[in-house]
Write a protein that binds this ligand. Structure first.
Ligand SMILES: [Zn+2]
Length: 215
C-alpha cells in the first residue's frame, strides 16, 4: 500500500517536473529564472540541512497538478503593471484538489486574513513552507487555533506535528487570486528559495530510484 502510494507520488512528481522543464524550454520562465535553474547548487541548501535523509522523501505539494502558472522571481503585477517580487511558485490544479505537506514538520501558523488567503505554514528544521489560497477558514477553540475545511475533511491545528505527504488542505480561491492554484513558498533560514529548484532536486533523486520510467 505504502509502496503503491509512493509510486503514484513519484509518477506525479515526474510529470510535474517534466512540465517544469517544458515551461523553461518554451520560455514560459523568464531569463533570470533560467539562470537560477542553471546554478541550483549555489542557491539551494543541501538536503542534510533538513534531515539526515534526502530529497526523494519529500512530497510533491499538490494532487491533480495541471501547470505552473507563475514562477518565482520578479514579474509585472497582473493588477498594477508594476515590477514585483513573486515569492513562491504557483501550481494550478482544479478547485478542491488536495494539497500535501512537502516535508515532515510542525504547523507554526494557520491564517485566513491576508492576501495569502486561508493558509498553513509548516516549519521543518531551517525550512519554512507555506501553502496559500486554500479552501476553508480559521477557527479558535479554548485549546488553540485550527484551519478547518469541513467538506474536504481537513482540520489542521496550529502547533500540530505533521508527517510528509499528509493532506493539509485543498486548492481554493481565498485571498488575492484570479484562479484556483496553490501559491507555495519555501524559506530556508529566513531567505526565500525558488521552489522550482527544490522540485528539480526531488526529481533528480527520484529518477534515480525509477530509471526504467525514464527510458
Ligand atoms: Zn503566487
Amino acid at each position: 500500500m505504502i509502496n503503491c502510494l509512493r509510486l503514484k507520488q513519484n509518477r506525479l512528481i515526474l510529470l510535474a517536473v517534466l512540465v517544469l522543464f517544458i515551461c523553461v524550454g518554451v520560455g514560459g520562465f523568464r531569463q533570470e529564472q533560467i539562470q537560477a535553474l542553471n546554478a541550483p547548487e549555489k542557491l539551494l541548501p543541501q538536503p542534510q540541512e533538513i534531515a539526515s535523509t534526502a530529497w526523494q522523501h519529500a512530497s510533491f505539494p499538490v494532487e491533480e497538478f495541471q501547470s505552473y502558472t507563475s514562477p518565482f522571481g520578479y514579474r509585472l503585477s497582473p493588477v498594477t503593471g508594476e515590477k514585483q517580487f513573486h515569492n513562491g511558485l504557483d501550481l494550478a490544479a482544479p478547485l478542491g484538489s488536495y494539497v500535501r505537506n512537502w516535508w515532515t514538520g510542525k504547523v507554526v501558523k494557520v491564517s485566513d486574513d491576508t492576501a495569502c488567503g486561508t493558509s498553513v505554514i509548516v516549519e521543518s528544521g531551517g525550512w519554512r513552507h507555506a501553502y496559500c489560497h486554500l479552501e476553508g477558514h480559521v477557527e479558535k477553540a479554548a485549546n488553540g487555533r485550527y484551519m478547518i475545511d469541513r467538506s474536504g475533511g481537513i482540520q489542521i491545528w496550529q502547533g500540530q506535528d505533521i508527517p510528509v505527504g499528509m493532506r493539509i488542505g485543498r486548492v481554493g480561491m481565498t485571498g488575492r487570486t484570479t484562479g484556483p492554484h496553490l501559491h507555495w513558498t519555501l524559506k530556508f533560514n529566513g531567505n526565500y528559495v525558488d521552489p522550482a529548484l527544490v522540485l528539480k532536486e526531488m526529481f533528480k533523486k527520484q529518477a534515480m530510484l525509477m530509471p526504467d520510467k525514464l527510458s
